[in-house]
Design a protein around this ligand. Structure first.
Ligand SMILES: [Zn+2]
Length: 132
């Protein structure tokens, strides 16, 4: 049984997406599933260029969890590119709770897990917010 997952914050939640090699049928391909928190770790580290401690703080998780999540994400993307598997993002994800800041209008989501319920604060400006 998988270890229960803690709550984590993600600021970018795309609709479910699948990438695959051109000219191959999805049904014929092995699939690699990338979760929203893995995508978020990739985004923060490799697109925004954050250090792991900063990325961990943005997602509300420990640095070691961030490092493991990022490492898993990079391995999955590498496998999809090198081996030509389908890369599926966000399918069968844990429930998502979406939030929007009333002060700065920033939007983000909390992926539910085993963590304590808490009123989240805006990752951008720190304002405590209401659920949308
Ligand atoms: Zn805000």
């Amino acid at each position: 049984m998988p270890r229960p997952r803690k709550k984590r914050t993600v600021e970018y939640i795309p609709a479910e997406m699948t990438y695959k090699p051109v000219g191959r049928r999805l049904a014929d391909l092995p699939q690699v599933w990338l979760s929203y928190d893995e995508l978020e770790a990739l985004r923060l580290a490799d697109l925004e260029g954050l250090y792991q401690a900063e990325g961990a703080a943005r997602m509300g998780i420990s640095r070691s969890t961030f490092q493991r999540t990022l490492s898993d994400a990079r391995r999955k993307v590498a496998r999809a590119l090198v081996e030509g598997t389908a890369l599926v993002i966000g399918r069968a994800e844990t429930p998502v709770q979406r939030w929007r800041c009333g002060v700065c209008d920033h939007a983000w989501a909390v992926l539910h897990g085993s963590g304590e319920a808490a009123t989240p604060a805006c990752p951008r400006c720190g304002h405590a917010v209401d659920e949308v």
